[in-house]
Design a protein around this ligand. Structure first.
Ligand code: AMP
Length: 556
């Protein structure tokens, strides 16, 4: 296909306003594309390479301005182009405003004077991307100049935008996905799946054109080709248990997402945006090479650790991910540990459609859960009640991690989706300051420590209970709380004690529920001890009327 034809269709699409019209035009273009199909699909999205590839044109705006200026003739400088851009605001319109094709007669370019085809543009841009080292900027400039000097204004508009990866014709990934389904009469779900697995719009379009749904179904994971990461939504423990019956709980690590690809010989590491970060993380590469024996794709989080193995703030990891030079020095400054939490492929088996718990079993087979080493498979606990989740969360926080992730144990891996099967806990929106009015002695080794604390709001007449809190409290804190509360014990019966109002706790919770067993009429769902409000007396604690208001707000 001539590049002029692509530019004409792009202009037509750009002028269409309705999404359906855009999709139809894209579908027509794809249907007529023939062997240029994969290239056209990428061009429509403003890409020269598939999204999973780490190759880039590496052309900065300045280089592009210089090429346009050179093609525009001796009276135009890169500064003029930039000034015009500041005025017009868009590089395509700037490029289209010059008579670039007029320079080809000057013989400045030895690349031919025929009209450009889509495949030639692609080929020349690939050559340009390959230019490296000394003189590469001049080579890139020459190539771009050569291309621009063969364009008419409309071609120049879309070439400039393509080079700077900003197509702006109203065609997003969703449009291309829908257009592939429409053009080749294949189910949208099949197109979507193939895209999730391959991340290559060009490839998916080509397979759909060649072999329909069946050919799409054959697109499989490929070790070395990153997949979009599955994402999490916010949610509550209550929702998770109500919805799934039981919850798979893991620690939530505060680092950077990484996808590990091992083909049996080499390791590739990719960031959450599918950038190739292999060279920045040599020790992760070495550990995977050492510990993983079969081809695999693992998903996980890389965390910065201190000399005792405790997690450091996630900014430290980002410094490592971004580092292109002096990696050895960066490595001395920031040590890393990989916590793998999922397994997408193991030893020839694609596992995307396998349940989380089974994927986790494969993960542990591939990479054992030796928590003292540089790479470990994260532990996964199956819980049926909020208290066990809270206990795991308490351990995670105590170990310096961010909290917990709640996952549907039966769910499949859905790349790129922010689905409901992975939940990160919603932060407590409002906390309550509640008075301790009772407690219970612990059992066994905690027999001389108060463990469960009864909480109350200020009522119109004395205090009204809202339930108990037992979670979120470390052993050390239990000792401190026992010391603080013991002097206020008024009466004891068995292990239960009544306490005079003296101490105020700050308590987080997920929800306030009606309850027949408390004197306020409400109980906190999933209450967590956040701290002692040493600055508050019982008289400053939250009141029954605030509780009533929060309940009303909650009901919306
Ligand atoms: P957020 O970035 O707050 O949306 O939380 C989701 C992110 O938490 C994921 O993209 C991962 O990078 C990270 N994460 C940490 N631990 C886990 C885990 N056990 N399972 C899934 N994601 C995790």
């Amino acid at each position: 296909m001539e590049f002029a034809e692509f530019a004409a269709v792009a202009a037509d699409i750009e002028s269409a306003s309705a999404d359906t019209a855009i999709c139809e035009r894209v579908a027509d273009l794809l249907g007529d594309a023939g062997e240029d199909l994969p290239t056209l699909v990428r061009f429509l999205l403003g890409r020269v390479f598939p999204a999973h590839e780490s190759r880039t044109l590496d052309v900065g705006p300045q280089l592009c301005y210089s090429a346009i200026a050179r093609a525009a003739g001796p009276n135009v400088s890169a500064d003029d182009v930039e000034a015009k851009l500041a005025e017009i605001g868009e590089i395509g319109a700037v490029a289209a405003s010059y008579d670039l094709g007029g320079q080809q007669g000057l013989g400045a370019f030895a690349g031919g004077t025929d009209s450009l085809t889509v495949s030639e543009v692609e080929r020349r841009l690939h050559d340009l991307a390959a230019a490296e080292g000394e003189g590469s900027q001049e080579t890139k400039l020459e190539t771009l100049f050569g291309l621009f000097s063969r364009t008419d204004p409309r071609e120049a508009r879309y070439l400039a935008r393509l080079v700077l990866s900003e197509m702006r014709i109203g065609v997003g990934e969703g449009t291309v996905r829908d257009a592939i389904a429409a053009a080749f009469d294949v189910p949208l779900a099949e197109v979507e799946r193939a895209l999730q697995v391959s991340n290559d719009y060009g490839l998916v379009a080509q397979r759909a054109a060649e072999g329909g749904a069946e050919a799409l179904g054959e697109i499989a994971l490929q070790v070395g080709r990153p997949v979009q990461a599955m994402l999490a939504q916010t949610g509550t423990v209550g929702e998770a248990i109500d919805e799934w019956g039981r919850v798979a709980v893991e620690w939530k690590y505060d680092g950077a997402r990484v996808q590990v690809h091992y083909d049996g010989e080499t390791v590739g590491l990719y960031s959450r945006n599918m950038e190739d970060v292999t060279d920045a993380l040599p020790e992760v590469v070495a550990t995977v090479e050492q510990r993983v024996a079969v081809p695999a794709i693992l998903d996980g989080e890389v965390v910065a650790i201190d000399e005792d193995g405790n997690p450091r703030p996630f900014q430290q990891v980002l410094r490592r991910f971004r580092r292109k030079h002096d990696v050895a020095q960066a490595r001395e400054e920031v040590s890393l540990r990989l916590h793998a939490f999922d397994c997408l492929h193991a030893d020839g088996d694609d596992l995307l459609d396998v349940a989380l718990t089974d994927r986790h079993d494969r993960l542990v087979e591939v990479l054992d859960s030796d928590t003292t080493s540089d790479a470990t498979a994260s532990e996964l606990w199956l819980c049926e009640d909020a208290d066990s989740v809270a206990a795991i969360e308490g351990d995670a926080l105590e170990a310096g991690h961010e909290g917990v992730m709640l996952k549907n144990p039966d769910s499949v891996y859905t790349p790129g989706k922010r689905g409901k099967n992975w939940l990160k806990r919603k932060p407590d929106v409002e906390t309550l300051d509640l008075v301790v009015t009772g407690a219970e002695w612990g059992e066994g080794r905690r027999a001389n420590l108060l463990g469960t604390f009864e909480l109350s709001v200020r009522g119109e007449d004395g205090y009204a209970t809202v339930g108990n809190v037992a979670t979120g409290i470390t052993d050390e804190q239990l000792e401190e709380l026992t010391e603080l509360i013991e002097p206020h014990i008024r009466a004891e019966e068995g292990t239960a004690v009544e306490v005079d109002p003296a101490v105020v706790f700050e308590v987080g919770y997920e929800e306030i529920q009606s309850s027949p067993s408390t004197s306020s009429g409400y109980a906190l769902r999933f209450p967590r001890f956040l701290g002692i409000r040493e600055d508050k007396d019982p008289a400053d604690a939250d009141s029954q009327s605030r509780l009533d208001r929060l309940v009303a707000d909650q009901r919306g």
